[in-house]
Design a protein around this ligand. Structure first.
Ligand code: ATP
Ligand code: MG
Ligand code: FE
Length: 347
């Protein structure tokens, strides 16, 4: 089955072509970061309009790269939510229009399920069950995954997401959006032990997270350094490292608890923050002691992309799920309400 995957939930237009048997054939991404740079955040209307401009050319580009035509397509998957409603509607409209014209099934998929399953696109994909840490710009969640659509929420952030905390810290340090990779790069030059930031909610049981206090702690540290006239590049790097270490430790402690609690020996990390090298290293070190393994996607499939949507859609389309005539767009959508997909049994 040849599936076209379309991602337009926020400020990235992602498209990919996935074949059931041959795997990923082509993928392309257009980031709107520059478009929104002057506004200090994503402007929803500008995002929607830019998806309109970029989406069909990107679809044609991946088809051409794979040596396929629209007529070769056998299914289309698009991000139906969560995300910006206007941006989602663009992906949904294009998917439904193409699907209707070509007479092929179309399915709206969950963006976070896309992130969650992205590591399946790599060699040596994780087997079920596993614990997943979803760490992105809008989510921080620990999920027990028993199969596709079989998700038990173990814990989540009660306030900011981990990626959001990286982005806000970046802003305080005078770095551009997206802040995660920039904070990580700056932290490389930081000196260990110059600052010690809190590890929020690790001193009590449970698997929930909170990152807004850490953000305030960063702000106070930045302001104190500024007041004392020593907010130079070295101090900024020290703060970046202290912040990053606090996030990594916090996430690692909770992941260890989740592995212990569930008895799972596999940990999947997904979403933009899972590209973080220090986080990967911290989790691998912890997992080794637990006799567990860590799985993640290549960096470009940690952040938003069309390949993860094509993959999630392919599993569900193959399981017989498809949209009706209506475009589905669900700006807020808890992942644990998704229906399961029963894996076809081997004969
Ligand atoms: P959501 O998926 O929750 O709707 P989103 O789509 O905006 O949100 P992603 O695209 O998964 O989020 O990830 C973007 C986030 O990942 C940003 O907050 C960015 O700063 C962060 N990020 C990307 N790379 C890194 C990195 N190397 N280290 C830390 N954070 C990173
Ligand atoms: Mg993004
Ligand atoms: Fe995302």
């Amino acid at each position: 089955m040849l599936i076209l995957g379309i991602e337009t939930s926020c400020d990235e237009t992602g498209v990919a072509l996935l074949d059931d048997e041959q795997g990923l054939l082509a993928h392309a991404l257009y980031s709107q970061v520059d478009l929104h740079a002057d506004y200090g955040g994503v402007v929803p209307e500008l995002a929607s309009r830019d998806h309109v401009r970029k989406l069909l050319p990107l679809c044609d580009q991946v088809l051409a790269e794979a040596g396929k035509t629209r007529q070769d397509l056998e299914g289309i998957a698009y991000t139906a939510g969560p995300g910006l409603v206007g941006a989602l509607m663009v992906g949904g409209s294009v998917a439904h229009a193409l699907g209707f014209a070509l007479g092929i099934p179309v399915l709206g998929v969950h963006h976070m399920e896309g992130h969650l399953l992205a590591p399946m696109l790599e060699d040596n994909p994780p087997a079920f069950p596993f614990v997943a840490l979803l760490v992105s710009g809008g989510h921080t969640q620990l999920v027990r995954v028993d199969g596709i659509g079989e998700y038990e929420m173990l814990g989540e952030s009660v306030d900011d997401a981990a990626g959001e905390a990286f982005d806000k810290t970046a802003k305080m340090l005078g770095l551009d959006y997206p802040g995660g990779p920039r904070v990580a790069a700056l932290a490389e030059k930081g000196r260990e032990g110059k600052y010690r930031f809190p590890r929020p909610m690790t001193d009590r049981p449970g698997l929930d997270f909170s990152f807004s206090g850490l953000k305030t702690f960063t702000l106070n540290t930045v302001n104190a350094a500024k007041d004392e006239g020593r907010f130079d590049e070295q101090v900024q790097a020290d703060i970046a490292l202290a912040f990053e270490s606090a996030v990594v430790d916090t996430l690692t402690i909770k992941c260890r608890r989740a592995l212990e609690q569930t008895g799972c020996k596999r940990l999947v990390i997904a979403g933009g923050v899972s590209a973080n090298k220090r986080l990967r290293a911290g989790l691998e070190k912890m997992a080794e002691k637990q006799n567990a393994s860590v799985f993640y996607a290549r960096p470009e499939f940690c952040t938003d992309n069309g390949a993860m949507i094509a993959y999630a859609g392919a599993q569900r389309l193959r399981g017989g799920q498809r949209d009706g005539e209506r475009i589905v767009s669900v700006p807020r959508w808890p992942m644990n309400t998704l229906p399961p997909v029963h894996q076809p049994r081997a004969n």
